[in-house]
Every structure is written in structure tokens, then in C-alpha cells.
Ligand binder design. Structure first.
Ligand code: HEC
Length: 148
């Protein structure tokens, strides 16, 4: 019962996200996120992924579902950033991230801990792949690698 309600809620949320996606695509063409917004998104993404790991361990499936929605929205902004730079390889890593996030969302609806664990592993691998191409360490944090 509980699960069924959540599925219905997740479906209407899914629709909301589709509409959101369509709007943010238009918004992306008007104003791509700034370098500062990109960094802020990365920090938020980092918190969300930590939360995801906790929620998978604790089998908090509804919370995990909310995490995947939060992650998707942030990565759509990150996507707009790299689209504006026409950085094809970065966009490939983002497709990987979004695919892993969808698998994680499915796992949350099916309460499937093994599938969730695999999806988080794939998500982390995609973060790492992009970081090794595009991220550079500085004295006080990270920046986009010059030319990236
Ligand atoms: C499309 C490439 C790309 C993907 C995918 C990506 N990142 Fe990043 N990330 C970057 C770049 C470039 C930087 C450095 C510039 C910045 O901070 O904006 C960065 C910075 C960061 C930082 C440091 C922020 C700071 O300055 O303190 C964290 C934390 C982070 N990413 C986490 C993640 C996590 C977690 C994922 C996967 C869920 C991820 N990133 C996926 C490109 C990416």
C-alpha cells in the first residue's frame, strides 16, 4: 500500500522532472550556469551521494528516491554548463551519471539493495572518470582543468 502510493508519487514526480528538463533546456540556452554555480552544484552533489550511500545501507528506499530526484536536477544544471562549452567528453560522462542515477531510482522503487549498490558503484566511477579528465587540484580546492 505504502509502496503503491510512493510509485504513484514517483510517477507524477517523474513527469514534473520531464517538464523541468524541458524548461531548464530553454533556460540553459538563455544563461548557462557560471563557474561558481558549477562548483556549488558539485558540493551539493557530493552531499547527496553520501546521503545515498547511507540510505542504501539503512534501506530507506523512499529517501533514496528523493535523493535520485535531487541528484538529477543538479546534474541537469551541470549538463547545461558543459553543453555551453560544447565539451563532448564531459557530456558523455554526464550521460553515464544520469544512467546510473536512473538505475538507482529503479532500485529504490524495487527495494533492491544489490542493484542499488551496483548503481552507486557505477555513479562513483563516472564521477571519477570526469574528474580525472576535467578537474585539477589547487592549493585551496579544485578547479576546472585549463582547456577543459
Ligand atoms: C562532467 C564532469 C563531472 C562529473 C560527471 C562530476 N564532476 Fe565533480 N567536478 C568536476 C569539475 C570540473 C570539478 C572542479 C571545478 C568545480 O569545483 O566546479 C568538480 C569538483 C567536484 C568537487 C569539489 C568541489 C569543491 O570545489 O570543493 C566535488 C566534491 C565533486 N566534484 C563531486 C562529484 C561527485 C560526487 C560526482 C558524481 C556523482 C561528480 N562530482 C561528477 C566535474 C565533474
Amino acid at each position: 500500500m505504502h509502496h503503491r502510493w510512493r510509485t504513484i508519487a514517483a510517477r507524477s514526480l517523474g513527469l514534473g522532472i520531464l517538464i523541468g528538463l524541458a524548461t531548464s533546456r530553454t533556460a540553459a540556452q538563455e544563461a548557462a550556469p557560471s563557474v561558481e554555480e558549477h562548483e556549488k552544484a558539485m558540493k551539493e552533489i557530493d552531499y547527496v551521494v553520501d546521503d545515498m550511500e547511507f540510505h542504501v545501507d539503512a534501506r530507506y528506499w523512499a529517501d533514496l528516491g528523493s535523493d535520485t530526484d535531487a541528484l538529477r536536477l543538479r546534474f541537469v544544471r551541470v549538463q547545461a554548463f558543459w553543453e555551453a562549452r560544447e565539451a563532448g567528453e564531459a557530456l558523455g560522462f554526464l550521460d553515464r551519471v544520469l544512467t546510473a542515477n536512473s538505475a538507482l531510482s529503479r532500485a529504490s522503487m524495487e527495494s533492491d539493495k544489490d542493484a542499488a549498490g551496483r548503481a552507486i558503484g557505477e555513479l562513483r566511477a563516472a564521477c571519477k572518470a570526469c574528474h580525472s579528465e576535467y578537474r585539477e587540484k589547487t592549493d585551496d580546492g579544485y578547479r576546472i582543468r585549463p582547456g577543459g
